[in-house]
Design a protein around this ligand. Sequence first.
Ligand SMILES: Nc1nc2c(ncn2[C@@H]2O[C@H](COP(=O)(O)OP(=O)(O)OP(=O)(O)O)[C@@H](O)[C@H]2O)c(=O)[nH]1
Ligand SMILES: [Mg+2]
Length: 364
Amino acid sequence: MHLVGGFLGSGKTTAIVQACKLLAARGLRAGVVTNDQGKFLVDTAFVRLQDFPAVEVGGGCFCCNYGDLETQLQTLMANAAPDVIFAESVGSCADLVATVVKPLLALRHSPVPPASFSVFADARLLSLHLRGMELPFSDDVVYIFEQQLEEAGLLVVNKLDLIPVEKQPEILARVRERYPGKPVLGLCALEADSIQNWLERLDSSEGLLPEETLSIDYQRYGRGEQQLSWLDQQLTLRLPEEGRLTSLAAALLGGLDEAVRAEGIAIGHLKFVVADDAGNSGKVSFTSLPSAGWEDQIPALTGRRLTLDMNMRVEMPAEDLNRLVNQTLQRVARQFLAEVEGQDPAVFHPGLPRPTHRITGAGK
Ligand SMILES: Nc1nc2c(ncn2[C@@H]2O[C@H](COP(=O)(O)OP(=O)(O)OP(=O)(O)O)[C@@H](O)[C@H]2O)c(=O)[nH]1
Ligand SMILES: [Mg+2]
């Protein structure tokens, strides 16, 4: 089992799904454990859409739901018997070495001990941070980002393709200088060759499980998590006639991204799965630094009914996020004469982290 952590939107699920595909091409079966504070998890839906077995630990991080992590691992083993498991922790979580890696190794209730712990970072955010420039998040949220990197077994500098080629060696050198002795890997999770490199590193996973645990300030970590808010919702939008479903999806998702950015709010990750009745579906993401060409992530949708899973993670009060989403939804629905159906969203701030186990100190 490979544990994969790192900040919201850093590319964990993208890398895991690509890795599952490469392993399948080698005749190996891979399974995934997803994790989040919320529900209707876009990541779980996305992994299952690619036909890989996925189980989820919802309603909190692995650390605070350790028992459920073990149960889900057992379910995955029993139902899918995967050769390899990737367990992706929620992007606002830190201190996994003490609360997940060491308990899995020491308590041995789990059918599968972890073999490696990769922590992903968006190369652009990491580069800004290491050059002493401000990240778009408040100090306590940046503290979580830093703690995640600090405890990495393998520090994956992802989205390198978004950095000019001539600058890439400089960034990797800076990362190595800042974290001496830590294994570092530059990656583009969208490219199979790059993921192949990651898998090779994981295959020879000696030394990719850290022994040192963090001296982390839980008050600060908790404050950081509580600055973030979560909105999860499943919706159906029905148009009066065919032909405009893709435009509706683009107007709604683009509108939500714009509405949040217009308030100057830091985006952790806005992620959506869109689907029509004909089986066309896709995942659409917006992360803290805007990326061009997001419309290309929307598949060609047909018919009159759009189903939407929404997972939004931003740094703002939860009630403000709820209001923004509601206003945007109503506006776009009016514009397209669409009927909206769905339950009220789950909107909340993550609770204070209270790990089930915490095993500190060096040594497995
Ligand atoms: N250009 C580029 N985009 C990437 C890369 N890796 C991931 N992305 C994009 O980044 C966005 C977020 O990717 P995810 O894999 O969902 O990120 P995540 O870390 O799983 O996000 P959370 O689970 O919400 O924390 C998606 O739009 C991906 O397509 C990469 O290497 N290069
Ligand atoms: Mg993910």
